[in-house]
Write a protein that binds this ligand. Structure first.
Ligand code: PLP
Length: 442
């Protein structure tokens, strides 16, 4: 008796055309593009050929192998307790900002006045929202990020000239990004004043020459110098520069609009301008709580010079960033601020409720007190009281690699899932993600 060749599943590998013609697969190809779907088809054919998958399960396997979107960036639940986590994309956008981004994604009136049919100023609504939020500013400009704002300022005011900066403010932000290297790359010559730990007003004034293009103050965002120290603040520096014609530029880093009661050491845009800075620079995606952007606010004549610079065109932002920025300013409190202001009692309740759900699911989970941080180079020493769900340390990797990735942080032999870097509306997704990982595992 000879074996029936059709009984061998490897002989019955479904053809590419057949699989692609399946209605659900064809619909996916319309949504994700044919190439991504074809890759999934080929992976599944290989599995059938090797006898690993019955041919009749091929269509379901193709659908299961498809990515959720045509892009490969995945949403991640940030349970690190670091509110602004650079590796996780910094500030999450508010729902209002996400809606504005979606609305602006197609063709939009970013540079057209619909009333007259003529060209209009680009992103005017976002700029006026910025000016409404920072009344001390006469004018505003938005570029790609704060590094771009620094590059634009240094190029415009200091190329071939001197930029005066305190030695204690030659900051490395992270991942090897050093502000002094960025500044000199523009052709500005740094005129360093003071020492690592101390600088006096006289150091600044003695450094001024006809060749001085600007004086720059940089907020030492991610470190603190303690002991025998002295810095010169904007309020002290501004009167000494008044009348010299040298602009005073303050890079405040994390982009608070106004002072925050919890973060007294964090500079803000409104105060820096009210104290006499001619221009202030900040990131859009740190404590400001919006999209990646570099915010430039201050004197109208200086902002106009930056806008006229040929470099500005290379650094300007797109319509979706402008949309997100405006909605962050005009819409409800952005997520980073909700997290910053979260009530510790609420955090405890959330942690207990989550731990109880996980214990019901058979896990070794317990609510514990924890410590959260601002992150993103803001308020480096500031600890926010928080609560976390503690799980065995072995959960860290499977949680990160699960279908809905969760990033926590390790503390000894436990993985802590901190609730301050998540919004209450994300708690269900967190519980589901942990339970799904536990189920796969056991
Ligand atoms: C974070 C930071 C920057 C860099 O900002 P990006 O928006 O990431 O370019 C520059 N200056 C200071 C003081 C910062 O804290």
């Amino acid at each position: 008796m000879t074996a029936d060749p059709s009984a061998d599943p490897r002989r019955r590998v479904p053809r590419t055309d057949t699989l692609l013609a399946e209605p659900q697969v064809a619909a996916a190809a319309g949504r994700l593009g044919r190439e991504l779907v074809k890759t999934a088809v080929q992976t599944v054919q290989t599995r059938v050929r090797s006898g690993d998958l019955p041919p009749e399960d091929a269509v379901a396997a193709v659908l299961a192998a498809l990515p959720g979107t045509a892009g490969s960036l995945q949403p991640v639940l940030n349970a690190t307790g670091v509110l602004v986590h650079t590796n996780l994309g910094r500030a999450p956008l508010s729902a209002a900002a996400v809606e504005a981004v979606v609305a602006a994604s197609g063709t939009t009136d970013v540079e057209l006045d619909l009333a007259t049919g003529r060209r209009g100023p680009r992103g005017e609504a976002a700029l006026s929202a910025l000016l409404a939020a920072v009344p001390a500013a006469e004018a505003a400009l938005v570029v790609n990020n704060c590094a771009a704002a620094l590059a634009l300022v240094a190029t415009c005011f200091c190329a071939g000239r001197e930029l005066v900066i305190a030695r204690g403010e030659l900051v490395e932000i992270g991942d090897g990004f050093r502000i002094p290297e960025l500044l000199t790359a523009t052709g500005a010559r740094l005129r360093e004043v003071g020492t690592t730990n101390r600088v006096a007003l006289a150091d600044y004034t003695a450094a001024l020459t006809p060749d001085t293009g600007a004086v720059l103050k940089v907020h030492p965002s991610n470190f603190v110098v303690r002991g025998f120290t002295r810095a010169v603040e904007v309020a002290e520096l501004a009167p000494a520069l008044a009348g010299t014609g040298v602009p005073l530029v303050a890079d405040v880093g994390s982009g608070l609009l106004r002072p925050h009661p919890l973060l007294p050491d964090e500079p803000d845009l409104q105060t820096a301008l009210a104290d006499g800075a001619d221009l202030v620079l900040a990131s859009g995606d740190k404590l400001f709580g919006g999209p990646q952007a570099g915010l430039v606010l201050g004197r109208a004549d200086l902002v106009q010079r930056l806008r006229r610079s040929p470099l500005y065109r290379a650094l300007r932002v797109d319509k979706t960033t402008l949309a997100a920025l405006e909605a962050t300013l005009r819409g409800p409190q952005p997520p980073v601020h909700q997290m910053l202001d979260a009530d510790p009692d609420m955090l405890r309740k959330r942690a207990r409720a989550l731990a109880a759900r996980l214990v019901d699911g058979g896990l070794d989970a317990v609510a514990v007190a924890s410590t959260a941080r601002v992150g993103g180079g803001g308020a480096p020493e500031f600890e926010l009281p928080s609560c976390a769900v503690s799980l065995p340390a072995a959960f860290a990797e499977p949680l990160r690699r699960g279908p809905r990735p969760v990033v926590g942080h390790l503390a000894g032999d436990r993985t802590l899932l901190d609730l301050r870097s998540l919004l209450p509306a994300q708690d269900d997704a967190l519980a589901d993600a942990v339970l799904a990982v536990a189920q796969r595992w056991t």
